[in-house]
Design a protein around this ligand. Structure first.
Ligand code: SAM
Length: 256
């Protein structure tokens, strides 16, 4: 499954078109909430870490703010570039940012932190680039009970597909990561209702392509996998697939 397998930004890159038509629209409301919680002020400098196709970065633009989106996947940045003319887009690893300390007032990040091999180290790097009193507003999928793992876990198991055991941390774990990275005033919240809604089987198969670059599976096995996932997937009254994803929000501050 896309989310479970898309470990590498290069996998995102190769399937950025599939991401742009399925995940990106589904995450727009989450990005809006992350930006709302950041309480941006006029003239601030904002970094969107793991900007992907630019969801949060675009929403941060305005009131004279400088907005920079960083992503390691060139294919995602290509799509972001088409729709984010007022955003500076930079290809970089968000764990080793090409910026001096205290370059930004705010870091926002939408459903990207969990792709860091070392989440605490990434949060420490994001703290480095904000000034004293700077803020962090991010989201990750969760809580675990409302993620794809919860509805598809038995299918993943049957096909030998798995994620990391800490793919879907609870709010307390995430708060602990932030505190260990040096962030203060850490607050968390969750929205278990966030979903990825896909209109039909074609959109579902498109979503499934995300992060799947060189599958060794036969066409038949892939199709059986897709059918089993669709069978297990909750549906909206009109028939659309509603994949639970959830959103855990974290807000924190770098002590002045
Ligand atoms: C689930 S997507 C979220 C994208 C975007 N924030 C959104 O709201 O749609 C995760 C993004 O993180 C990026 N990413 C993963 N690991 C990264 C890293 N180490 N450095 C920079 N970007 C990374 C991926 O390329 C991908 O675009």
């Amino acid at each position: 499954m896309s989310h479970v397998e898309a470990r590498s930004p290069l996998a995102f890159s190769a399937t950025a078109d599939a991401y742009a038509t399925t995940m990106a629209p589904a995450l727009e409301p989450v990005a809006a909430e992350v930006v709302r919680r950041a309480v941006l002020r006029p003239g601030e400098a904002v970094l969107d870490a793991g900007t992907g196709t630019g969801n949060a970065a675009r929403l941060a633009v305005g009131d004279g703010r400088r907005v920079v989106g960083v992503d390691a996947a060139p294919g995602m940045l290509d799509i972001a570039r088409r729709s984010s003319s007022d955003v500076e887009l930079v290809r970089a690893d968000f764990g080793r940012l090409p910026f001096d300390g205290a370059t930004f007032d705010v870091v926002v990040s939408v459903h990207a932190l969990l792709f860091a091999a070392d989440r605490v180290a990434a949060l420490r790097e994001w703290r480095r680039v904000v000034s004293s009193g700077g803020r962090l507003s991010l989201s990750v999928p969760g809580p675990a009970a409302v993620t794809p793992q919860a509805v598809f876990g038995h299918v993943y198991e049957r096909y030998g597909v798995g994620g990391r055991s800490d793919d879907f941390p609870d709010a307390a774990t995430m708060a602990d990561w932030a505190a260990r990275a040096g962030w203060g005033d850490v607050e968390t919240d969750s929205d278990p209702a966030a979903v990825i809604e896909l209109a039909g089987p074609e959109a579902f198969r498109t979503w499934l392509r995300i992060g799947r670059t060189r599958s060794r599976w036969s066409r038949e096995r892939l199709e059986a996998f897709a059918m089993d996932l669709m069978d297990a997937c909750p549906r909206a009254p009109g028939g659309a697939f509603r994949i639970p994803f959830g959103a855990l929000y974290l807000h924190a501050r770098k002590d002045a």
